[in-house]
Design a protein around this ligand. Sequence first.
Ligand code: NAG
Ligand code: NAG
Ligand code: NAG
Ligand code: NAG
Ligand code: NAG
Ligand code: NAG
Ligand code: NAG
Ligand code: NAG
Length: 734
Amino acid sequence: MAKPGALSSFLSCLLVLFFLSSVLAVTHDHQDTQVYIVYMGSLPFRVDYTPMSHHMSILQEVAGESSFQGRLLRSYKRSFNGFAARLTESERELVADMDGVVSVFPNKKLKLQTTASWDFMGLKEGKGTKRNPSVESDTIIGVFDGGIWPESDSFSDKGFGPPPKKWKGICAGGKNFTCNNKLIGARHYAPGDARDSSGHGTHTASVAAGNAVANSSFFGLGNGTVRGAVPASRIAAYRVCAGECSDDSILSAFDDAIADGVDIISISIGDINVYPFDQDPIAIGAFHAMSKGILTVNSAGNTGPDMATVTSLAPWMLTVAASTTNRAFVSKVVLGNGKTLVGKAVNGVDLKGKKFPIVYGKSAAKSASQAKCAEDCTPDCLDASLVKGKILVCTRNLPYVAYKKGAVAAILKDSSDWAQINVLPVSGLQEDDFESFLSYIKSTNSPEAAVLKSEAIFNHKAPKVLSFSSRGPNIIAADILKPDITAPGLEILAANSLMALPFYDTTHVKYSVESGTSIACPHVAGVAAYIKTFHPKWSPSMIKSAIMTTAWSMNASQTHFASTEFAYGAGHVDPIAATNPGLVYDLTKSEYLAFLCGMNYNVTTLKLISGEAVTCTEKILPRNLNYPSMSAKLGSNSSFTVTFNRTVTNVGTPNSTYKSKVVLNHGSKLNVKVLPSVLSMKLLNEKQSFTVTVSGNDLDSKLPSSANLIWSDGTHNVRSPIVVYTGDFPSLSP
Ligand SMILES: *[C@@H]1O[C@H](CO)[C@@H](O)[C@H](O)[C@H]1NC(C)=O
Ligand SMILES: *[C@@H]1O[C@H](CO)[C@@H](O)[C@H](O)[C@H]1NC(C)=O
Ligand SMILES: *[C@@H]1O[C@H](CO)[C@@H](O)[C@H](O)[C@H]1NC(C)=O
Ligand SMILES: *[C@@H]1O[C@H](CO)[C@@H](O)[C@H](O)[C@H]1NC(C)=O
Ligand SMILES: *[C@@H]1O[C@H](CO)[C@@H](O)[C@H](O)[C@H]1NC(C)=O
Ligand SMILES: *[C@@H]1O[C@H](CO)[C@@H](O)[C@H](O)[C@H]1NC(C)=O
Ligand SMILES: *[C@@H]1O[C@H](CO)[C@@H](O)[C@H](O)[C@H]1NC(C)=O
Ligand SMILES: *[C@@H]1O[C@H](CO)[C@@H](O)[C@H](O)[C@H]1NC(C)=O
């Protein structure tokens, strides 16, 4: 993205150019224009201020009376000030210099990142799970996504009373879109209406707050009761994506959702590129949400396992990685010789154990010269007549090709840790199994096999962060550990859109299986809402702290940077423990501003983020931000000493004494001192500060060194990861 144009908080010297030309409204073909977002910061506290007419007058001023009509695409006027409009390059420059305009930036496009999981995490229905039904029913989760399927049983309002009194939103889902007392609001910014066509938004909303729906399954797979974290909560759907998600739509949704009165925002959207906070619409929107007491939960992204791929980096958001649960789907292959191989795939097609002849891609080439590309199942290289009715074997490419060529099933080499969800029976074999499969094919003139319907197995190695989940370090704020937390994001059964046809050409399914950090994100948004039902007054940072410090601890790899805290942050979310953290690391808006000052964001860029004129009277070093995890990037491998300043707030019991304990992770040679090492909290909400000094030498640039600080009063264990690292990672300064 280009840098925003010249920014100005000074008085512009432009004169207002009213009535320069004819007053006829002309609809122009705006070929030389592009959509820009004109961001104007916080709304003025003036009763007589009408944002839309201000926006129109700005446009009129730069574009002239004859051509400003039809240029204004959107006015943000509820939670912050600004608009989206079509502008030429020269108009953009004029607008950027105008009084009151904080920044003008092009409208980028972001991407959507695509229930047994609740039992896995201990949030079991009926079985000792405490609920606060009346407050849960007053809790509203705002889901920014690709829309929603309002008729899904997951969003039925059977048993629901009218929307909570605080709700100020509307049902503006478009034609033929009806809300109810469960799905209390809908808006759309992307073309069309708020109806979900891909299934993504329906899936994410139901994971966070879907009703409990018994006897749900995907072609019989995963059958049982599907539900969200807070089934009694209300949902407001904001459709910001139609294939892609524009910055403009995202900012509009924040503007509306904050004013509508949502409690938590779940946004399974991200960019594959990183932008400084002042150019990142999710970071900007989330800052406004945070300052109004709303926590934004965002997916880490699906661009792992490479390091420094996480793009959700602002400390005021909760960033979620994706991991496995104890349920995995396998798809067995029974060979003609009776041997069974266990592959991965989610396939609901039951061929009843019938064996079919096997054809290797290489042998189904259109011509001898195409053998290599046929082995990879490149569509143009395969002769459909040789594939039809058989099991096609490929080393790579989508089984969709096999399906299109008329194969009955496909077997592929697949060493990934997530299963394909497919249009026909498929099994993905790991390298070794694939090799033994190939030797079977070579051993006989008429190889045959049966690809069985998938079955669920117990995965005792869970949770493990998935390869696709984006990894840290944080390339904007190197000392803020990201992602923050991990949650289930593999093969999760949840509600689907009846317009979506991803798996079987003509079969619509009410519930589907999906994987991705997109699915992990609403799990944590649901947990945040669950916490809020017990602690309605808690700030977003308190909720975030509770989730992080009570997380299950995960084991850091001693060999792979990508399997350390940079994959899972504080660990795996624990919904029940998170309601009772004992101590929390709280943060206020002014501390986040001081942190931004400490990162050398200046008056101009600070205004882009917060919408206000901020002078940096106080600066906080990023590592001294009162964050629930502690991380420091060091310049070299020589000896070092770093200090972290922290303050905890007692939300447990009065008269409690917390003792500190430091547990070094295996292989770590850190020396960690905590001062004071004991905290006595007489009162509820009492605050106490401490410092953590970490020293050592010879850091390994191939692996971070880490430890855990645990404050324990005998009942609560308040755990923070401490991670120091060095290495050559990209960095993006503000
Ligand atoms: C409204 O939407 C429902 C659900 O997709 C569909 O069955 C119905 O035909 C639609 N009605 C109209 C008038 O479009
Ligand atoms: C569950 O669904 C199956 C298939 O749709 C149906 O045969 C069965 O009766 C249902 N069971 C219950 C308890 O609703
Ligand atoms: C799922 O379906 C299988 C086979 O139909 C049945 O044995 C099992 O009890 C079902 N499980 C649940 C939780 O409904
Ligand atoms: C971490 O390692 C310990 C000891 O090796 C083991 O008992 C524990 O199950 C592991 N935890 C995870 C989440 O893998
Ligand atoms: C603020 O920082 C931005 C980005 O680094 C820079 O372009 C701008 O000139 C700075 N403004 C001031 C007033 O220092
Ligand atoms: C540490 O850095 C020095 C140079 O500053 C280098 O000679 C040495 O090999 C490094 N050691 C390790 C373990 O990376
Ligand atoms: C950190 O805490 C220590 C001890 O309370 C204090 O002396 C120091 O000024 C603090 N540093 C910062 C940067 O806040
Ligand atoms: C805390 O301790 C003080 C004196 O030690 C006592 O007066 C007070 O009642 C205690 N509070 C609670 C809630 O136990």
